[in-house]
Design a protein around this ligand. Sequence first.
Ligand code: DGL
Length: 274
Amino acid sequence: MSGPVIGVFDSGFGGLTVLRALLERMPQAEFVFLGDTARLPYGSKSQRTIARYAAESARFLVERQAAEYLVIACNTASALALEAIQEAVAVPVMGVIEPGAEAAAAATKTGAVMVMATEATVASHAYAAACRRRGLRGVEKACPLLVPLVEEGWTDHAVTEQVVRIYLDEMLAESSAAGLRPDALVLGCTHYPLLRPVLERAVPSGVAVIDSAEATAERVFLSLAERVAAAGASECDAAQIRCFATDSVAKFERLGSRFLGQAVGSVELVDLGG
Ligand code: DGL
């Protein structure tokens, strides 16, 4: 099979939710995934550090793994390091913020959108700015407890449900204090798609849950459809996936399948420096 090699980058293996969405749309494409597990989490780090880590990771995918298109699955890196990544590599780069905001714009009728994300993503206000560009009001909430709960495998657990409800109630109270009636909730972090059932139970009726992973996969598919079709893959060609991680390869192999929805196979360890 030929066709563009699509690089997918995340701070860890949560970004496999984006790869999963990409695979659903492009089941015959070639993917190379890098999880920067040695330097995870990005969500509590500064912009400067996130930009440096993300640029190094992007260069690894393009220069050493021949990626011809980059998908930044990590919301935090998309929010704080998109420009640094674009400067570091000479291939098209797609982050998750714009597609997520676009999908929210398509879903909302009230013009008010809630966003759950990491501390760093919320501090950057990248989602609020992307909403504003579309004439929407974005109410953002940092939900730092959710990533560890998902990594613990507590995706359908009473404690997680309670934590989700607390975050949501706070966000709804903030919205109503600002006179807003949000009717869409953007999952602004790679890990949150695994909490979708819990979130769907917790949101008030009429609130649409928007997965930025799905919205991003759709945008990537649209921008690469011609090249993928021109590669002339036959129905029986399967996707090729190579996975790399900067640490915790065994954990990646063990937990990654939850995010990818299938076995991740063997993961190669790579050293990107400190
Ligand atoms: N991948 C990150 C994100 O989507 C979550 C994990 C982290 O903090 O590194 O924002």
